[in-house]
Design a protein around this ligand. Structure first.
Ligand code: GDP
Length: 202
């Protein structure tokens, strides 16, 4: 897929106020610092479409970008646990769970994982939540350029083994680098395939 245009549309914290157009969308989510803004900018080949670290005010909002005047890219805030008062139960921030529960236009979410780290509980639990709530997602392992090839292969293999403790199969995944562009074509082509599949169904 060629990116011909990428425009910021709106930011808000309420899923009911997200754009009403019947265009499909792809959400990008992960812990803060995972490389989400850099990845979005790399995919769209726009230097500061999504601002990198330290964007004041926008980090806790749902940010919609209109791509090729045809679909939305959604930059979601970094997730974490929200504590339910007087209980030890931990859930994800409400507007994130509401977004995923209510947003019918969502075609797929990309859950970003820093390829250098061992599987983290919060990421595993978030993907578990996505599975339980039937939200389709793929994984993007970010910052590929920061690992030696063999170490990267081992980390991904370890991640797969961890996932297979609770998943029947490893979700679809991509490996990317915002520094050298690795994975760009694969991610964009994947979205393009889904776009054409969904428009045929309409
Ligand atoms: P966000 O908080 O998830 O939006 O993460 P950012 O995109 O702001 O990235 C966090 C830090 O990681 C920044 O210092 C980026 O320059 C760096 N970073 C992000 N992606 C990559 C990558 O693919 N390669 C390298 N080497 N650094 C990256």
């Amino acid at each position: 897929m060629k990116i011909k245009s990428a425009e910021f549309v709106m930011s808000n914290s309420d899923v009911t106020k997200c754009p009403k157009e019947k265009l499909i969308e792809y959400a990008f989510i992960g812990r803060s610092n995972v490389g989400k803004s850099s990845l979005i900018n790399m995919l769209m080949q726009k230097k500061s479409l999504a601002k990198t670290s330290g964007r004041p005010g926008k980090t806790q909002l749902i940010n919609h970008f209109l791509i090729n005047k045809n679909w939305f890219l959604v930059d979601l805030p970094g997730y974490g646990y929200a504590r339910v008062s007087k209980s030890s139960k931990r859930i994800f921030q409400k507007f994130i769970t509401q977004y995923f529960s209510k947003r019918q236009q969502l075609a797929l979410a990309f859950v970003l994982i820093d390829c250098r780290h061992k599987p983290q509980k919060v990421d595993l639990e978030f993907m578990q939540w996505m599975g339980e709530n039937q939200v389709p997602f793929s994984i993007i392992f970010t910052k590929q350029d920061k690992m030696k090839p063999n170490a990267l292969i081992k980390n991904i293999e370890d991640y797969k083994l961890k996932m297979l403790e609770s998943w029947e199969e490893m979700p679809n995944y991509f490996i990317t680098s915002s520094s050298n562009g690795t994975g760009r074509d694969k991610v964009l082509n994947y979205m393009s395939e889904i776009n054409s599949l969904m428009s045929k169904q309409d």
